[in-house]
Design a binder for this molecule. Structure first.
Ligand SMILES: Cc1cc2nc3c(=O)[nH]c(=O)nc-3n(C[C@H](O)[C@H](O)[C@H](O)COP(=O)(O)OP(=O)(O)OC[C@H]3O[C@@H](n4cnc5c(N)ncnc54)[C@H](O)[C@@H]3O)c2cc1C
Length: 512
């Protein structure tokens, strides 16, 4: 019997689970043990929140060429064309394989998949499960994870850093340092291969559709380990989050609502997008988010309106039950009343640079899903391409792991420090988080300007100096750990944005 390949996956969203389940499917080639470290339950992931669906070419009237063209148009040509071709080409087979695994996607009476249309797509090609597609895919993958004797989910564990050994070209990732969020103990865990699948970083902004755990941890760990990144300047803002005054993640009004006929309107009732882009309300997200942002600045209003009345109340409730419910809680009858909407940080288009199979520049380290940059998205992400990527690239990664990772006798986990967790957050940390988010939203958000970005770098440096002594005291609250990672990610986004003088995709610079 061969020794088992020991793999640590950081992150239990769709990318992490898709990789783990595909890898153990190959257990007959080589015994394998996968440990998924996750800081929170999967219900708190971006994956679970995904509404719209998965983009794939599922009809004869559609074609790979058109899906590729739409992806490259939205990505402003910054995409890696080979990766785009590959991921788009695997779309239909991936959808069929998810159906075979038990996923229910909406279909008509004849069993034909119903496809929605979203921004930047030249036709309807988004496969969905009502407005809860992420939850449905999570359900299927989670059942497989739970039933596998070769996968262990270790939760709540927060990975803090990568363990890297060696120098120069011999550098290799050997494991992770992680904190048990219950006991506070910090341990070093070793593995033949580490896979980062930690999701996005929307929490670097004041208003985001991302859950509170989206703090860019994987990217921050990679930066501290000197691993290459790509395209960090490109942060997608979704045009239509529900406008409320409540704190916490912004609730998303899926683009599929506009795909089904809803229209954006200015405070005076004027249709917003008609005169701005020939795709109107289904223009690329960066175009619409900017148009809303400008209109809000011009009119001084806190939000614009989404008019879904062409759809009617019954159809809205049937196709978008989760959105209808959330609107109802606010006293809004969706499909009759206008819905107040505002842009919100939504998706990190860049990330840890990988090849088309998740390999990073550091030996022993893969990155998958939203924390990675495979080259698919370029300067902006085509709607519903991210779930496709989070399913396709992990499958490919699982296919090459056996030839990429050394099988060797592993060191067992060892304690690093006991109980470094503090339940109390200092007021300085809370204030610093607020200042960081405010600076990022004001200067490195939808519309950017050089002076503001330079000013933000100064604020980041000042906040880093402020928290250094608190960090060194070694009593870390979850908020302090978040702040440490968010500062690293914010610096990376801002520096990358400054290095991109020309506007492109989600990065828009105003010259003053
Ligand atoms: C509201 C919303 C709607 C969306 N709708 C769509 C859609 O319709 N179609 C589409 O294609 N995309 C959509 N997206 C984007 C898509 O959902 C995400 O890009 C994708 O799910 C990312 O999957 P992931 O596995 O990479 O990350 P996630 O699903 O975010 O999972 C990350 C995991 O890592 C864990 N983690 C993070 N840091 C650490 C750490 N330090 N230690 C341990 N664990 C850690 C988290 O707890 C979580 O389990 C949407 C996103 C949002 C927020």
């Amino acid at each position: 019997m061969n020794a088992a390949l020991d793999v640590i996956v950081v992150g239990g969203g769709i990318a992490g689970m898709a990789f783990a389940t595909r890898l153990v499917d190959r257990n007959d080639q080589q015994p394998v043990r996968v440990r998924i470290f996750s800081k929170a339950a999967v219900e708190a992931s971006n994956s679970f929140a995904a509404q719209g669906g998965v983009a794939a070419v599922m009809r004869l009237e559609d074609s790979f060429e058109q899906h590729i063209r739409d992806t490259m148009n939205v990505g402003a040509g910054r995409n890696d064309p080979d990766v785009v071709r590959l991921v788009v080409g695997e779309g239909p087979a991936m959808i069929r394989s998810m159906i075979d695994l038990g996923a229910h996607f909406d279909s008509d009476a004849t069993g034909r998949l119903q496809l929605a249309r979203e921004g930047g797509h030249s036709m309807a090609r988004v496969v969905h499960h009502r407005d809860r597609t992420g939850e449905e895919i999570v359900r299927v993958l989670q059942a497989r994870v739970r039933s596998s004797p070769h996968i262990e989910v270790i939760e709540p564990q927060r990975a803090l850093d990568l363990l890297v050994e060696g120098e120069g070209t011999d550098r290799q990732c050997r494991g992770i340092r992680a904190m048990d969020l219950r006991s506070g103990d910090v341990m070093d865990h070793f593995a033949s291969l580490v896979v980062l699948a930690t999701g996005g970083a929307g929490q670097v902004y004041e208003r985001t559709t991302n859950p509170i755990g989206a703090t860019g941890d994987g990217v921050a760990m990679a930066i501290r380990a000197d691993v290459d990144l790509r395209d960090m300047a490109f942060v997608q803002f979704h045009p239509t989050a529900l406008h409320t005054t409540e704190p916490g993640p912004a609730f998303l009004i899926s683009e599929a609502v506009r795909g089904a006929g809803a229209r954006l309107s200015a405070p005076d009732g004027r249709p917003l997008m008609k005169a701005i882009h020939d795709m109107g309300d289904l223009a690329p997200r960066n175009v619409i988010a900017r148009a809303i942002h400008r209109e809000m600045q011009l009119t001084g209003s806190s939000h614009l309106w989404l008019d879904a009345s062409p759809m009617g109340v019954a159809r809205f409730a049937m196709e978008f039950p989760a959105i209808e419910k959330r609107c109802r809680e606010m006293g809004i009858v969706a499909g009759r009343d206008r819905i107040p909407v505002v842009p919100a940080a939504h998706y990190m288009c860049g990330g840890i640079r990988t090849d088309d199979s998740g390999r990073t520049a550091l030996k022993g380290l893969f990155a998958l899903g939203e924390c990675a940059s495979s080259g698919l998205h370029g300067a902006d992400r085509l709607a519903s391409n991210s779930l496709l990527e989070a399913l396709v690239i992990p499958k490919r990664a699982a296919g090459i792991v056996f030839t990429s990772a050394p099988i060797e006798k592993l060191r067992s986990s060892r304690p690093y420090r006991e109980n470094w967790l503090s339940r109390r957050t200092s007021a300085i940390v809370t204030r610093a988080l607020g200042s960081l988010r405010h600076a990022m939203s004001t200067h490195v958000g939808i519309i950017r300007e050089e002076g503001g970005m330079l000013h933000t770098l100064c604020i980041i440096a000042m906040l880093e100096r402020q928290i250094a002594p608190i960090w060194n005291r070694r009593r870390w609250s979850p908020e302090l750990i978040d702040l440490r990672d968010l500062l690293v990610v914010a610096r990376s986004i801002t520096s990358a944005a400054l290095a991109e003088p020309a506007s492109m995709g989600a990065h828009y610079v105003e010259v003053k």
